[in-house]
Ligand binder design. Structure first.
Ligand SMILES: [Zn+2]
Length: 491
């Protein structure tokens, strides 16, 4: 069983976000996951690796069925509308995904049914009476330990519902040992370690079979269970299968085998589903496990969970409209911790924008390019891969932190004292090439040439994070001209 591939060996990369549930517009937490995935996809492409970058929408289940009913719409019309909203994030945040799967897609429905048949054939599906406490907001069953005063911990305002009916169950309980073995063999199967420990403990406590169907007469909005007209699949069971149906399973097995296994990005509320339930399902169907599960934290606003009633919701579309995609990508990559909960307020965003984008990077590019243009400085500017592979430059070493998903550390380097924006700022203050431009033009030219090469390396490092900005800086350098102001100062 192979774990995460060593950096040097990898020549292709399959990564996916989770599929957001389409009962509300995209929120900033999902924008974070998308931007993280996009940075990884771009970084891997720049290294010359072939990349499959999957995202999409999760469209079945009770919550959507009820939301559509409430708006007086057919569920299909309702999810069509929302899928379009989510796909608009691509343009807004300049995302480079190449696949947008919807769990209502025909080939996905077929895959889910084939998958069901495999688990059934393997003896992992059985019918029994189902009585459970259920949070519709989570679309998850809740055990007593997951409730607080009888309410969902994540959704304390929502009523817990009691569901009692005949259901099909997946024999999750028989996968305890196999899952623990998987965790033992793959030392970095779940990142970060704290989340890995969390899922290990969960599985060690023992697993309960989970329901994977719903009675159609109560809830018709799901994929039909093969061979039983009275049941549709439970939304989680169907949705998780997207990670294999997206790359051709089961119809195009050559395509599937080319890309599988996958690196999955997910939020901290998804550890159990992605790292345990889904992995047991894969085992049941005889498919190798995912390559790695990478878990990010939540975004709070002003230290509180975002909510309409508190008026602290950050809308990703609004913030991009106001400040541009690269400024938002910048903030999410640098000021939101890759694994821990972090805070996002517009006030903090504006302060970071002025300090690091307007005054920091933007100002630096303007000052250097003015001197470059005045003195007509020209030099050799190597491309991404060359810079990465050149150990003395240090760019590759820094970017390699992306293999550990340390987005913020790379950003700290880009703005840092070693080789980044801060370094160049101090270099120019110290050497004062601008004051030598008249008295000692050859020396001034030498200093500016050194500065513009360093600036080129910064632009190279920015490519996966802020692709437009990186391009603008590189164009200005190559064409020997002043760029448009990159980040006008906010008042
Ligand atoms: Zn809940």
């Amino acid at each position: 069983m192979t774990g995460k591939l060593p950096v040097a060996v990898r020549d292709k990369f399959y990564l996916t976000t989770t599929l957001p549930y389409v009962n509300a517009p995209p929120h900033i937490g999902f924008a974070l996951e998308m931007v993280q995935a996009d940075i990884l996809a771009r970084y891997n492409r720049l290294l010359g690796r072939e990349v499959f970058f999957n995202t999409g929408t999760d469209e079945h289940g009770l919550k959507i069925y009820r939301a559509a009913q409430k708006e007086g719409k057919e569920p299909q019309d309702y999810v069509d509308e929302y899928a379009t909203k989510f796909d608009r994030l691509k343009e807004a945040l300049n995302l480079s995904y190449n696949n947008f799967i919807r769990t209502t897609d025909k080939h996905h429905i077929k895959a889910a049914q084939e998958f069901w048949k495999l688990c059934d054939k393997n003896g992992d599906i059985e019918k029994k009476l189902y009585q459970v406490k259920y949070c519709v907001e989570c679309e998850l069953e809740k055990s007593e330990s997951e409730l607080n005063h009888g309410k969902c911990i994540v959704h304390p305002h929502a009523e817990i519902e009691i569901i009692e009916e005949e259901n099909y169950f997946f024999k999750f309980s028989t996968y305890q040992e196999k899952l623990l073995n998987l965790y033992k063999e793959r030392l970095d199967f779940v990142v970060p370690e704290s989340r890995f420990n969390e899922i290990k403990k969960f599985v060690e406590r023992g697993l309960e079979d989970f329901s994977i169907s719903r009675l159609k007469e109560k809830m018709p909005w799901g994929i039909p269970v093969p061979g039983d007209d009275e049941h549709v699949m439970y939304v989680w069971f169907d949705a998780l299968i997207n990670y294999i149906s997206a790359v051709g399973w089961p119809d195009r097995m050559d395509e599937f085998e080319k890309w599988w296994p996958v690196v999955q990005l997910a939020g901290k509320d998804q550890v159990r589903q992605q790292a345990a339930m889904w992995q047991a399902m894969l085992m049941s169907a005889g498919i190798p496990p995912s390559e790695q599960i990478v878990i990010h934290g939540f975004i709070t606003s002003g230290g509180k969970k975002m909510s309409k009633s508190l008026g602290n919701v950050i809308d990703p579309f609004e913030i991009v409209d106001k400040y541009g995609p690269d400024a938002v990508r910048y903030y999410l990559a640098r000021h939101i911790h890759p694994f821990e909960d972090s805070d996002f307020t517009e006030e903090k965003f504006r302060a970071a924008y002025n300090a690091h984008l307007a005054n920091g990077l933007g100002n630096l590019v303007g000052r250097i390019m003015k001197m470059v243009v005045d003195l007509e400085v020209r030099a050799e500017f190597p491309e991404f891969k060359k810079v990465i592979q050149h150990p003395q430059i240090g760019v590759g070493e820094s970017l390699e932190q992306l293999e550990q998903y340390e987005f913020n550390k790379v950003m700290e380097d880009i703005w840092g004292e070693q080789q980044g924006v801060s370094f160049l700022d101090h270099f120019i203050q110290r050497e004062k090439p601008f004051s030598l431009m008249k008295s000692d033009p050859p020396r001034a030219k030498e200093l500016i040439e050194a500065a513009v090469i360093k600036l080129w390396y910064i632009a190279i490092m920015l490519q996966p994070f802020m692709p437009d900005t990186a391009q603008k800086i590189q164009n200005a350098i190559l064409e020997n001209k002043m760029p448009e102001p990159l980040f006008p100062r906010l008042e």
